[in-house]
Design a protein around this ligand. Structure first.
Ligand code: MAN
Length: 352
């Protein structure tokens, strides 16, 4: 492999075919982009489960949630002149954008970090209300002073924003609504306060002026965010030329806060890179990798629901202080695992 990720030999760890759908009439199309945390001496994944009805030749069909939480199936003839369906992930019909699948979040746990199963009595998290009718996606988990903060993408016809729920036991959740409004996603909260404040990376997008850049914000309570700064931009001609977004919570090292992020180019190839923020003032980026540290290369990364994608939003730092075990979505269809060495990432960081 032409990168520094050491992929698990038993990848993919989870495939859609191994898991039961949430309701009759739906099938799981993708299992992807898990948030990762440790709880009760186990490794847990909060996996994005994307579903839709079995597809027929002449009709595209997909589920959406009503405001009261029931599932409604929308069906559109493939030859309808008002349909634009060029991306597997989204369609446009009579001027309105929809997702082709509806996502919820489901918990899996493991004793060895390789074999994951769905534990009994832990609820799935589903979209709720007007701002989540197209589902919830790509959850990051930050553990701060005994509370888990779940930041995820909330999608509806109003736009794409960042939702927050908190929990201490993974059975009861407090809903804080949308903390960063549309268009915003890829929100990763730091797992430690800095000078008494919470910090988070996030990714607002601008349609015209600006771009898909990584920003930082701070907050007195983890819920209300302000003091926004744009800290990292896309780079013309490189692998991260079109859009970038934070992965999981930054990792505290002696040299600074280390963040693994995803970047996409004009061909929608998603790779991973890293950057380093100042320990005291994380709005200051000190260094960044020039080449990707992970490139879609394995068969399961190259072809699937949306091929040529590696996307991570969850990891664990092992007790050796150097190994990052991370989990990632491969081709938007499978959950996989791999490892990085922090030392090796540092050897590729270049000061900026
Ligand atoms: C976007 C999101 C992710 C997805 C990538 C690649 O960033 O929808 O969930 O994994 O695109 O398709």
């Amino acid at each position: 492999m032409n990168d520094i990720a050491k992929r698990f030999t038993d990848n993919p760890l989870l495939s859609p075919i191994e898991v039961p759908p949430s309701s009759e009439g739906l099938e799981i199309t993708c299992l992807l982009n898990p948030g990762v945390f440790q709880f009760n001496n186990k490794t847990w994944l909060i996996v994005r489960v994307a579903e839709r009805p079995e597809q027929k030749d002449e009709i595209i069909s997909f589920p959406i949630l009503t405001e009261t939480g029931t599932i409604k199936i929308i069906e559109i003839q493939r030859n309808d002149i008002d349909l634009i369906a060029t991306d597997a992930r989204v369609i446009n019909y009579i001027g309105i954008d929809y997702l082709t699948t509806l996502s919820h979040l489901r918990l899996f746990c493991s004793d060895d970090g390789h074999h994951f199963y769905e534990p009994e009595d832990y609820p799935a998290l589903v979209g709720e209300g007007k701002l989540e009718t197209f589902g919830i996606e790509d959850c990051r988990v930050a553990q701060i002073e005994g509370t888990y903060y779940l930041t995820f993408t909330s999608v509806s016809d109003n736009g794409v924003g960042v939702g927050l729920r908190t929990t201490t036991d993974w059975k009861n959740f407090k809903k804080h609504g949308m903390i960063l409004p549309a268009h915003n996603k890829d929100c990763a909260i730091f797992e430690e306060k800095i000078n008494g404040l919470f910090y988070a990376l996030h990714r607002p997008s601008s349609v015209d002026i600006g771009g898909n850049y990584i920003w930082i914000a701070s907050s007195p309570d983890g819920i209300h965010w302000g003091n926004h700064h744009c800290i990292l931009k896309t780079r013309k001609g490189l692998w991260d030329s079109k859009r970038i977004g934070a992965g999981a919570s930054p990792i505290k090292t002696e040299k600074g806060w280390l963040e693994i992020y995803h970047g996409a180019n004009e061909n929608h190839q998603y790779c991973l890179g890293a950057f380093l923020m100042d320990l005291e003032n994380p709005a200051k980026v000190i260094a960044r990798t020039v080449q990707p540290i992970m490139i879609p290369t394995a068969e399961y990364e190259l072809s699937g629901f949306f091929g040529n994608v590696v996307f991570t939003n969850g990891h664990i730092v092992e007790t050796d202080g150097d190994t990052i075990t991370f989990y990632y979505g491969a081709s938007d269809e499978f959950v996989c695992g791999a490892q990085f060495s922090i030392k090796e990432i540092f050897s590729l960081l270049e000061n900026i």
